[in-house]
Design a protein around this ligand. Structure first.
Ligand code: UT7
Length: 335
């Protein structure tokens, strides 16, 4: 490690969703909901669900190989693997261990981070510091979720079940030769007092035993959300932390070329964009097609923008997210 911090850039991106598309009309068959309600309240039209036998490490593998290839690297070139996920492949070890195995490599450290929908931004900051410090040169940062295996598809769980989807996104971090280009800063926050406003209670190691048949019968293994409360905090915290990132870098909203918000609800993001005075052409959304993929959402957005030619060299790109914990954060990148 050196005493001089290095500038860090994203050298490759990738994303993957499982092939099975679940339309709002498919959910109408399972619970009391309507395509109209889902579109109006969330903007979501469809999402992808993994088939049996496919877990988050498998989605992570697909997005990671695309990112590794885009960076012109081989899996064996990686110095560290970071995975953000709230949906573990198994209870332990973490998704990153299974991902390493699927990548066919051994030796480099593997680390899981749990910061739910802000997970990718948390992992991005850790990866940035790994590379900036000189400790590692090539770090894989991946967000991956299989939500569909843990949702209550009865009417009881409809508020949560309709918004989540399965998917993964990944980036490769490397030192930047250009001191002006790369990750300018990442800003993270948390407020644990609201942990139970959006959570999955069981199984939990605080229970003895962690899970019982009674708990399963009561549906305590399904996510519960105080939707209105979460909505209210999301539309406050995202603009706040985005301004923090802009102020830190002496930039303004007008300087932004592209803004990537966590994809939890299109209405949240429309409201936030309005609050910030961001014109629609500077905000890219894909929640209509994928639902909320939690830690996978922001790197999935980024990959679609990179491959779709929506990001040009020199562009100022902002990312902001909010999620369970509560956790929230923002990143500013000079592309
Ligand atoms: O990614 C992590 C962060 N998560 C978020 O940011 C999500 C934030 N919250 C939201 O996006 C919204 O609160 C939801 C989309 C989850 C819900 O929308 P809402 O406008 O806040 O609805 P609500 O929960 O206040 O419910 C309104 C009504 C209720 O019926 P009553 O009590 O008025 O008769 C619900 O039972 O809508 C009903 N409802 C549904 N109806 C049809 C709830 N879910 C559904 C559904 N289909 N899927």
């Amino acid at each position: 490690m050196s005493n001089v911090m290095r500038q860090v850039r994203i050298s490759g991106t990738g994303m993957y969703v499982p092939p099975r598309v679940v339309k709002n009309s498919d959910l109408e068959e399972l619970m009391e909901t309507t395509d109209e309600w889902i579109r109006q309240r969330t903007g979501i039209e469809e999402r992808h669900h993994a088939d049996p036998g496919t877990g988050p490490a498998d989605l992570a593998y697909e997005s990671s190989v695309r990112a590794i290839e885009a960076a012109g690297l081989e899996p064996g070139d990686l110095d560290a693997i970071l995975v953000a996920s709230l949906s573990p492949h198994h209870d332990f070890p973490g998704v990153s261990s299974f991902l390493q195995d699927r990548l066919g490599i051994a030796g480099c450290p593997t680390l899981d981070l749990r910061a739910q929908c802000t997970g990718f931004l948390y992992a991005l900051q850790v990866g940035q510091l790994y590379v900036a410090s000189g400790l590692y040169d090539r770090v894989l940062v991946c967000g991956a979720e299989v939500h569909s295996t843990a949702l209550d598809f009865s009417t009881r769980g409809r508020d949560v079940a309709v918004i989540f989807g399965d998917g993964s996104g990944a980036v490769i971090l490397e030192p930047s030769e250009d001191a002006e280009r790369g990750i300018l800063s990442v800003h993270l926050h948390g407020q644990g007092e609201h942990a139970k406003r959006l959570w999955v209670e069981a199984p939990g190691s605080s229970f003895h035993p962690r899970i019982t048949h009674e708990m399963l019968d009561e549906g305590r293994q399904y996510p519960k959300m105080d939707g209105r409360f979460v909505f209210k905090h999301a539309v406050t915290r995202m603009p706040e932390v985005l301004h923090e990132a802009l102020d830190h870098n002496k930039c303004s909203i007008e300087d932004l070329d592209l803004c990537l918000f966590h994809q939890a609800n299109l209405r949240i993001n429309e409201y936030v964009a309005g609050q910030l005075g961001l014109p629609p052409e500077k905000v890219y959304s894909n929640i209509q097609r994928y639902g909320n993929c939690s830690a996978g959402a922001i790197p999935m957005l980024l990959d679609e923008c990179v491959r779709g030619g929506r990001v040009a060299e020199g562009d100022l790109v902002a990312m902001a997210g909010f999620g369970s914990g509560f956790t929230w954060g923002a990143a500013l990148i000079r592309w």
